[in-house]
Design a binder for this molecule. Structure first.
Ligand code: AMP
Length: 385
């Protein structure tokens, strides 16, 4: 089966076509690319982007056609707890969630409709970033705020990066030979956006992102956890500041960027190694925040069997992993420096034999996860297919 994986942004469309055998994990990549500048004179809108993509795929796939499309959808709200086949009603439901994800869900809806227009018969599957976290218990997803906030505006914790956390949990359980339903771990997805999830008996129990992806860890350009009074104080004190502008500051001009002057971990690490104190401080802040979460989540899941690092920083930055794990001696975590140092695309154990908790590096692959979920649903949804 050929699956087209689509990740639509407001001005770009990333795609991948993967070939999957029945029951395969995610198959092999046949082609991938990105269509940029949507909304410009070159590419007017998402419909035109899809027409462009259809022409490209004819060439790139040598006339073979795709059998299904899987879309990354950021927000599934309380409505979606698993991938679903897209119907008109489902697409309308995703549209209703736009107030919760005003930057992301509109693009997903445009992408779904554009694929529908281009290939009307093609089965489409929506895979939600929030879905994995629908298992969080109520005392975890609630904020201690007046009930109207939740009832009128859906203000609660949702969590994000779920496709990655779910995928990485599965890979880690298989690697360790533990049945997933008896596997508890802490997964640190450390990319430009970063979040950490407490997985209890194979399911999400708690996660560091909240109502939006702003909460939790110190990220490339996001603050992570912040006293909400900072928001009201700045709005009150700075006469020029608007909620929209402050949203931008907290999401795009904070985190590593605010402290070290770059959002890019490689640049921050290089600067720290040259002796730049602000870069060193930024790394300490990020490592400390993560270690604090890992300690909390170890308790939350009644003892994690593993700490799992993934995504750009988690997979590649051995020094950051060490910095975090050095703070976790109280949990009995010990790294094996020789296992931690080398770069690899393979899943691997980096803890010492006497570590109380296994420490793993598991490469994430959200496209592969989306392709696998799409194939499973399409094959299951069409008996005999
Ligand atoms: P992602 O969003 O998963 O693509 O991750 C992006 C982040 O990973 C950026 O902060 C990169 O600087 C960081 N990253 C990628 N490769 C490395 C590396 N070799 N060492 C340190 N950070 C890296």
């Amino acid at each position: 089966m050929l699956v087209l994986v689509v990740n639509c942004g407001s001005s770009s469309l990333k795609y991948q076509v993967r070939e999957l055998e029945a029951d395969a994990d995610g198959g092999t990549v046949l082609t991938s690319g990105v269509i940029e500048n949507i909304g410009s004179s070159q590419v007017e809108d998402h419909t035109q982007a899809l027409e462009l993509l259809a022409r490209r795929l004819e060439d790139e796939l040598d006339g073979r056609t795709v059998d299904a499309a899987g879309h990354r959808v950021v927000h599934g709200g309380e409505r979606f707890s698993a991938p679903v086949l897209a119907t008109n009603e489902i697409i309308r439901d995703i549209e209703r969630l736009v107030p919760l994800a005003p930057l992301h869900n509109p693009a997903a809806v445009l992408g779904l409709r554009a694929v529908q227009r281009t290939w009307p018969q093609l089965p489409q599957v929506c895979v939600f970033d929030t879905a994995f976290h629908r298992t969080m218990p109520e005392h975890v997803w609630r904020y201690a705020v007046p009930e109207g906030f939740y009832e009128r505006w859906g203000i609660r914790r949702y969590g994000f990066h779920g496709t990655s956390h779910d995928w990485v949990t599965e890979q880690a359980a298989q690697f360790l030979g533990v049945p997933r339903e008896r596997f508890s771990c802490v997964v640190a997805h450390l990319g430009n956006g970063a979040s950490v999830t407490a997985v209890k008996d194979g399911a999400s129990y708690d996660t560091s992102m909240g109502y939006t992806p702003l909460a939790g860890l110190v990220m490339g350009t996001r603050t992570g956890d912040l006293d909400p009074s900072v928001v009201t104080a700045v709005l009150r004190r700075d006469g020029q500041m608007t909620p929209e502008r402050l949203d931008d500051v907290l999401n795009k001009e904070s985190g590593l960027r605010a402290i070290a002057g770059s959002h890019d971990m490689r640049a921050v690490r290089e600067a720290a190694e040259r002796g730049d104190e602000r870069a060193g401080l930024a790394l300490e802040m990020a490592a400390y925040r993560l270690a604090k979460y890992v300690g909390g989540y170890h308790v939350a899941v009644d003892g994690a069997q593993a700490l799992v690092f993934t995504a750009g920083i988690g997979e590649n930055d051995a020094a950051f992993r060490k910095q975090v794990c050095d703070r976790l001696g109280a949990l009995g975590i010990r790294l094996d420096d020789d296992a931690n140092a080398p770069r690899s695309r393979e899943i691997r154990r980096i803890s010492a034999p006497d570590s109380a908790i296994e420490v793993l590096v598991v490469p994430t692959d959200e496209e592969q996860a989306i392709a696998a979920a799409t194939a499973a649903l399409v094959a299951g949804g069409r008996p005999g297919a």
